[in-house]
Design a protein around this ligand. Structure first.
Ligand code: NAP
Length: 255
């Protein structure tokens, strides 16, 4: 009896993880879908043949970690797969983004991801998998997405280091790095004082493609999975080019 916990399941990439899960993981007997919008979580029961439990939860609230831990203790089940997908970005300079929205990105993308991971690991056995949804924005600093990109640097480095720590337990950690993905992410990201700060979304990917690659890489226990050849080139450039050149080129592409 292994559970898959998917955060950010109500929309976009997380919703697609729910949809595709049974095609890639046949050891999962229940999905726990976590996000704030309960009605959308309940609708997920129509898109998966795995029994699904809706867990409405604001992951930026401190109490949610104890709540999740209690639910796991009461269930008596182990967690075979954790997918941390909840996250948001905001486009614009430091002055365009409300302070609470900037801090909220750190709270959800970094703090909640660590909090959920730490709660879940004790309920995992050998062979369990963790998938952390990261981004190609983790490969370099990005003006006009400064906090978001930095939050994903955190996710990438944390996930890599955790994968080494968890290796002796036989638990794998995969950081999935997609490029732009066609989801409601952009509606949230552009709700700032400067909605036109970032408007060029080169090589937009579909959630289907990202999720397929993510689930395959997670099954294989890959440490990092970069989606698309364009993203892979950006990864290599991020390693070899001076960071000033990368940031200036990025800003030029947005003009
Ligand atoms: N779309 C892209 O271009 C792109 C590219 C690279 C990486 N990513 C990453 O992919 C992940 C999913 O994003 P998406 O593109 O699928 O966007 P999305 O459709 O907006 O999904 C975001 C998810 O996060 C949940 N969420 C937001 N605030 C939450 C909170 N306080 N507590 C619990 N859940 C919360 C949302 O559910 P509720 O609103 O119901 O709470 C929703 O399910 C994010 O980590 C994002 O950074 C996206």
């Amino acid at each position: 009896m292994s559970i898959a916990i998917i955060t950010g399941a109500s929309s976009g990439i997380g919703r697609e993880f729910v949809n595709k899960l049974s095609s890639y993981f046949n050891n999962i007997t229940e999905i726990w879908a976590v996000a704030r919008r309960e009605n959308l979580l309940n609708e997920l029961k129509d898109i998966t043949d795995i029994p699904l439990k809706a867990i409405p939860m604001d992951l930026t609230k401190e109490a949610c970690f104890d709540e999740l831990c209690d639910l796991l203790k009461q269930s008596g089940k182990d967690v075979g797969l954790l997918i941390n997908c909840a996250g948001y970005g905001k486009f614009g300079s430091y002055a365009d983004i409300e302070n609470l929205a900037a801090l909220g990105m750190i709270d959800l993308n970094c703090r909640a991801l660590v909090g959920v991971t730490n709660v879940v690991i004790p309920f995992m056995r050998q062979g369990a998998k963790i998938l952390q949804v990261c981004s190609i924005s983790s490969f370099q600093p990005l003006p006009l997405m400064s906090v978001y990109a930095a939050s994903k640097v955190f996710v990438l480095n944390y996930s890599r280091a955790l994968s080494v720590e968890l290796k002796p337990k036989g638990i794998s950690v995969t950081a999935l790095c997609p490029g732009w993905v066609d989801t409601p992410f952009f509606a949230t990201a552009t709700k700032t004082k400067n909605p036109n700060a970032v408007t060029k979304y080169t090589f937009m990917q579909t959630p289907e493609r990202v999720v397929k690659q993510g689930l395959k890489a997670t099954k294989k226990g890959r440490m990092v999975s970069i989606v698309g050849w364009y993203s892979k080139i950006l990864y290599v450039l991020g390693k070899i080019l001076p960071v000033k050149i990368i940031m200036n080129t990025w800003l030029k592409t947005q003009k």
